[in-house]
Design a protein around this ligand. Structure first.
Ligand code: URP
Ligand code: ZN
Ligand code: ZN
Length: 466
């Protein structure tokens, strides 16, 4: 194992900014100081760059069977793209099969990632049935295997949706075992009824995906999830929060002192319902759940990020190709058959820096907090990940505030045939990306190796985020 010295940079963490060198020994930061002159196998000049902790994306779906197909990025292509975008750790969702406990899913996702992932990875577990076996496995996963969070769905009837009793029981179980429930909060019964009615009226185009998933359905489910968590006496984390209605529920709960947390994603900050009105089948590019909302919701979400009612920005990366037969085209004549999801694993930091820091909505410290430190603290990775400190993993992104990038297929590495932000010019981007001391991206060139990423066991316990 080698040593790496990052010289002459400006360190920016969630709390601090100072000029210093960083010395990484066997993958771990061992010294931070001015003018370090120790010999090193690799020396990286960070002059003019901000040295920040590597991004942590806590919501990805790589190689995921869904909607009659499989997400188009696997753990090799998806993590290479993530690395190019400055992300050095991700948490993906393993999915319990019906009729099974949780361990077959854990092993299956381990099989997908091991030997392929180029960055470090961990898993949440999607619980579809809370059998005796599954309840027992929840405890064991938390205590022995570092899977400390469980996603439950209030939508997708027949596929993922579970009833309130199941959610409540799972939450009570996390009270005992120290896990955290992550909630897909949309009212599946209401949405399914609206979808069936729309199809009967002959409304088949992609935009009806959004028109049958009202913001109230997200707000109602978010409020219900928080109430269930309050009754169970546990924290809850709302995933991919998209709208003002849902944010209000989180805000009210937090104002009451309840441990309610939520993430949003760049698509809800930068894209809107208008994208569904694009001609032909174009709108399918943006079919995801929750859907894109009217533009005015974006202001609420930015306020939520500023005031810490939203604590994390993740991607919900779940790409499907537009022009491959068994991907988005599955829903050519019926919006309800379009696989839900969009790419974003590579564009998160670019977008949040350009639209957040450069536009004066958040500062660089809040940026680090949203994309790295709070994700790590929320999901049991901190202080190993999510900060730059002696003893932390040497996961760094050397950020060039002057770098200009045109987001799109030509500049990005995700294995999917469109980019939702095609043509958008952003300023600020990763120059060098370092994972456990190893340079894995150097000015746009991938230097890592397939399979070099390792599984990270996470710690259980109450989220460390305020
Ligand atoms: O449309 C989405 N969000 N696809 C991924 C699955 C999920 O609900 O997160
Ligand atoms: Zn979801
Ligand atoms: Zn998701």
């Amino acid at each position: 194992m080698s040593t790496t010295l990052v010289k002459n940079g400006t360190i920016v963490t969630a709390s601090d900014r100072y000029e210093a060198d960083v010395y990484i020994d066997k993958g771990v930061v061992s010294l931070i100081g001015r003018g370090i002159s120790l010999p090193a196998d690799t020396i990286v000049d960070a002059s003019g760059k901000l040295v920040m902790p590597g991004g942590i994306d806590v919501h990805t779906h790589l190689d995921m069977p869904f909607g009659g197909t499989t997400s188009s990025d696997d753990f090799e292509t998806g993590t290479i793209a993530a690395a190019h975008g400055g992300t050095t750790t991700l948490i993906d969702f393993a999915i319990q099969n019906f009729g099974e406990g949780l361990y077959p899913a854990y092993e299956s996702w381990m099989g997908r990632a091991e030997g392929k992932s180029v960055i470090d990875y961990a898993f949440h577990m999607i619980v579809r049935e809370l059998s005796e076996q599954a309840s027992h496995d929840m405890d064991k996963l938390v205590r022995h295997d570092g899977i400390t969070s469980f996603k439950l769905f209030m939508a997708y009837p027949g596929v993922f949706q579970v009833d309130d009793a199941t959610i409540f029981k799972a939450m009570k179980r996390t009270r005992e075992n120290g896990g955290l429930v992550c909630m897909h909060a949309e009212n599946g019964g209401v949405i399914d009824t609206l979808v069936q009615e729309a199809l009967k009226r002959g409304e088949k185009a992609p935009k009806y995906h959004a028109l049958t998933r009202p913001t109230r359905a997200e707000g109602e489910a978010t409020g219900r999830a928080i109430a269930l968590a309050e009754m169970a006496g546990v924290p809850v984390y709302i995933v991919h929060l998209s709208c003002h209605d849902a944010l209000e529920k989180v805000k009210q709960a937090r104002d009451m002192g309840l441990p309610a947390y939520a993430e949003t994603c760049p698509q809800y900050l930068f894209l809107s319902y208008d994208d569904y009105e694009k001609p032909g089948f174009e709108g399918a590019k943006y079919v995801m759940s929750p859907p894109l909302r009217e533009k005015w919701h974006q202001d609420s979400l930015w306020k939520g990020l500023q005031k810490n009612d939203l604590q994390v920005v993740s991607t919900d990366h779940c790409p499907f190709c537009m022009n491959e037969a068994h991907q988005k085209l599955l829903g050519k004549d019926d919006f309800s058959k379009i696989p839900n999801g969009a790419p974003g694993i590579e564009t998160r930091l670019y977008l949040l820096w350009d639209g957040g820091v450069r536009q004066g909505r958040i500062d660089a410290h809040r940026f680090v907090e949203l994309v790295s430190t709070s994700p790590a603290k929320m999901f049991g990775l901190w202080p190993k990940k999510g900060t730059i400190a002696v003893g932390s993993d040497g996961d760094l992104v050397l950020w060039d505030p002057e770098k200009e990038t045109t987001l799109g297929l030509a500049s990005m590495h995700m294995r999917v045939d469109y980019n939702p932000y095609e043509g958008r010019v952003v300023k600020g981007g990763p120059a060098v990306v370092i994972s456990r001391g190893e340079v894995i991206v150097d000015h746009g060139e991938f230097k890592g190796k397939k399979g070099r990423g390792v599984y990270v066991k996470r710690q259980a316990g109450h989220p460390l985020v305020p």
